[in-house]
Ligand binder design. Sequence first.
Ligand SMILES: [Zn+2]
Length: 61
Amino acid sequence: MSTILLNGVCPECETELSTPPIVPGETLSCPECLLTLRVEEISDGRLRLRMVEVQLRDWGQ
Ligand SMILES: [Zn+2]
């Protein structure tokens, strides 16, 4: 198997990201700003990423 990497750009900090094959709907983290990004679409090996608001649950301690 060849090592294919998909490329995308973080919408927040514009860092170039590369990731092993991933499918739309999956999420990854930007190594630079640590935001969670969701894959919206993949075209020609380019990822279109969208920021995901991560809501942490309040465990009510
Ligand atoms: Zn980023």
